[in-house]
Design a protein around this ligand. Structure first.
Ligand code: PLP
Length: 429
């Protein structure tokens, strides 16, 4: 039975069910494409922190070594003569990146790191003018996003106290309601410059309604962007079709491109082709045909694509693993990954529900359409101690004090057995 025919009611919280699902999983061979750490007994760990740092694709080492070899063998000629030439290196991941986030190739670029990209994008999409000067973000956002937005507003002459508006869940609730976000956008109306929200919340795992929020923002004349750190490689995105203005994400979480990997940015075609948009410029954003003419060119001619936002020549060594990682996504296909992910996370949900009826609450939405792979569990009692029990048994999860445990079964390399192991270990801890 294909995964997309399995309904929530079919999920049985048993080891036998896990075994059956693992045996029919057509993506199971992808697990072998990654290096999995082992626990102290030499057994592969159950790895649930791909939302923090994805596993290493085995192919990454060869591609990094290829760059080292080309550098040794060719030195400066590696820019054009390397097997994967460095001059257009970022172009080699463009189509794959576009596929993963549902964009056109002209709308994406691999560059910098996430927080840097947020600043570069805000430079173009937050355009305070008259009363239109507010940015809407979520309360309790990932700290880097809050620092970026507030410092950006201050550096541009605004007042973060009044210009940054933070939306929070209702009292006593953990999740944001789409209706509340839309109502807040309408309330801010003409004073709203841009909306910048996490597509999937890092803490709760909630997937926001990207099309509804984008459309509401556009109705009041604001631009709408998303931080997709927890969405890219986790859920199929349709950034172009949903008319999102801009987005940024990192590549070391679900995209498995390694610590400090080169991040990504999306700029909708209608903006990417607008050469007059204000932006910070550097030589790598210039038309590649004249980029190397150096002193002969002192007028910046932006590439009519997202690549115009690039400043510097890219860090080839840290971009190399992204090549290896994106290949796995293209081979597996985002839709197949999502079909497995729904069942895998649904199964973990069912096991947690069955094994921990009284002492754990699942914070993440129960509806699979409103989440990616991550489940966030609030534990009663000594939450930290119970979390430590997981690690002692080779289940690698993540603890957000005081009482939240995050578990992200990743469809590229996690198994149903891993999920059973996590839930039963948590019960016994
Ligand atoms: C992981 C994460 C970051 C990290 O930012 P870097 O610039 O990559 O260090 C920022 N924002 C969100 C929402 C994240 O999940």
């Amino acid at each position: 039975m294909p995964f997309d025919e399995i309904k929530a009611a079919d999920l049985e919280p048993t080891a036998a069910f896990a075994e059956r699902m693992d045996s029919i999983d057509t993506l199971s061979s992808f697990r072998d494409a990654f290096n999995l750490p082992v626990d102290r007994n030499g057994r592969p760990v159950a790895y649930f922190v791909g939302n923090s740092l994805g596993l290493q694709p085995k192919a990454a080492r060869g591609i990094v070594e290829e760059v080292m070899d080309d550098w040794a063998r060719l030195a400066v000629d590696g820019h054009f003569d390397a097997d994967r030439p460095w001059y257009p290196y970022h172009e080699q991941v463009r189509d794959e990146l576009a596929t993963v986030v549902g964009a056109k190739p002209v709308e994406v670029v691999a560059m910098n790191t996430l927080t840097v990209n947020l600043h570069l994008l805000l430079m173009s999409f937050h355009r305070p003018e008259g009363i239109r000067r507010r940015i809407l973000m979520e309360d309790g956002a990932f700290p880097s996003d809050t620092y970026a937005v507030c410092s950006h507003v201050a550096a541009r002459g605004g007042d973060p106290e009044s210009d940054v508006v933070r939306i929070a869940p209702r009292k006593g609730e953990d999740l944001l309601r789409t209706e509340d976000i839309v109502a807040e956008i309408h309330r801010l109306g003409d004073s709203l410059s841009t909306v910048m929200l996490g597509g999937v919340n890092f803490r709760t795992g909630q997937l926001l309604d990207i099309p509804a929020i984008t459309s509401a923002g556009h109705q009041v004349g604001a631009t709408v962007g998303f931080d997709l750190a927890h969405a890219a490689g986790n859920i199929p995105l349709r950034l172009h079709d949903h008319d999102v203005d801009y987005a940024a994400w990192c590549s070391y979480k679900y995209l498995n491109a390694g610590p400090g990997a080169v991040a990504g940015a999306f700029i909708h075609e209608r903006h990417a082709s607008d050469l007059d948009l204000p932006r910070f410029a550097g030589w790598w954003g210039n038309d590649p045909s004249t980029r190397f003419r150096m002193h002969l060119e002192d007028t910046f001619i932006p590439v009519p694509s997202a690549e115009a936002w690039q400043l510097s020549n890219p860090p080839i060594l840290s971009m190399a693993p992204l090549v290896a990682s994106l290949d796995r996504f293209v081979e597996a296909g985002m839709d197949r990954l999502r079909a497995k992910s729904r069942v895998l996370t649904g199964y973990l949900h069912a096991c947690l529900h069955e094994f921990l009826p009284d002492d754990a609450t699942i914070v993440t939405p129960a509806n699979a359409e409103e989440r990616g792979c991550q489940l966030t569990v609030r534990l009663e009692g000594d939450a930290r101690r119970r979390f430590e029990g997981l690690a002692e048994h080779g289940v690698i999860a993540d603890f957000r004090p005081p009482d939240l445990v995050r578990l992200a079964p990743v469809p590229l390399y996690s198994t149903f057995e891993d999920c059973f192991r996590a839930a039963s270990t948590l019960r016994d801890a």
